[in-house]
Design a protein around this ligand. Structure first.
Ligand SMILES: [Zn+2]
Ligand SMILES: [Zn+2]
Length: 269
């Protein structure tokens, strides 16, 4: 089987739903193909993440997903002064709901689309821009393992990516390593994207051009989130929308962007 055929069968393989012949063909392929094995590793981590969400969740039986964004009156004014908007989504999935949801999504694209929709539903649109791309490009991606050499990554990146790499390296929490720096596109929008990883934990720095009417002006918000889901914080420079998105708690996620902001304002002029 070719790599695309393997990847097409991967979820059913992980679910133990493949006929024996197919399953052993997939097993053999994964032993020799690093690319597909990396996808398997990432997919397994994503499943584990969702199982954890389900396990930790304390939710009404009929509430499959919930995204919360609330204003924190104590911290919001400080954020407002700095011109930041920060929010986090708490994604809560019951395990039973996850399983039935999983079984109705046969392709990665379908799974991803629904997953993103469930996560961003209650997030302010300007913040969902960064969150969507983090999930689309960082969470549903496989990474070179071990992490690429940072000098090589910087040398091969374009100018804006290369300028963001050292900012990211300096300010991500201890243990995180930059594993990706690239330009990417989703739903017609272009991003400059730097990703750092620590275990299955991911942090994205995302930069994109605002469209007509998009911006953070006059808005300030903080929100609940924490270890069940994603946190997103954003601000704008004169020409860009800038985001840090991660599975960290809301405060460290926000603090990471806050610490980067001066350097980012300089780099993004
Ligand atoms: Zn392969
Ligand atoms: Zn990307």
């Amino acid at each position: 089987m070719s790599c695309p055929q393997i990847l097409e069968k991967l979820d059913r393989y992980l679910d133990g739903e493949l006929p024996a012949g197919d399953a052993s063909a997939v097993s053999r392929h994964l032993e020799t193909c690093h690319e597909c094995a990396a996808v398997r590793t990432n997919r397994t981590a994503l499943r584990e993440r969702m199982r954890r969400l389900a396990r930790d969740a304390d939710v009404p039986a009929n509430m499959h997903t919930r995204a919360d964004a609330r204003i924190d009156s104590e911290t919001a004014p400080a954020y407002h002064r700095r011109g930041f908007l920060a929010a986090a989504a708490a994604v809560v999935l019951s395990f039973g709901a996850y399983l039935s949801w999983r079984s109705t999504h046969r392709t990665d694209a379908e799974l991803e689309k629904d997953y993103i929709a469930s996560v961003v539903s209650d997030i302010p649109p300007v913040l969902s821009i960064g969150l969507r791309q983090h999930i689309h490009c960082a969470v549903f991606r496989h990474y070179p393992n071990p992490a690429p050499d940072i000098d090589e990554l910087t040398r091969t990146a374009d100018a804006q990516c290369a300028a963001l790499i050292p900012v990211m390296r300096q300010h991500v929490p201890r243990g995180f390593q930059v594993v990706m720096a690239h330009r990417c596109e989703y739903e017609g929008r272009q991003y400059t994207h730097v990703i750092a990883r620590h275990g299955v934990s991911l942090i994205s720095l995302l930069v994109t051009r605002p469209r007509q009417g998009e911006g953070f002006k006059g808005t300030s918000m903080d929100s609940a989130g924490g270890d069940r889901g994603f946190s997103v914080a954003g601000f704008e420079t004169s020409g860009y929308l800038v985001y840090v998105v991660s599975d960290l708690n809301q405060l460290p996620n926000y603090s990471t962007l806050d610490a980067m902001a001066p350097a980012l304002r300089t780099a993004l002029t």
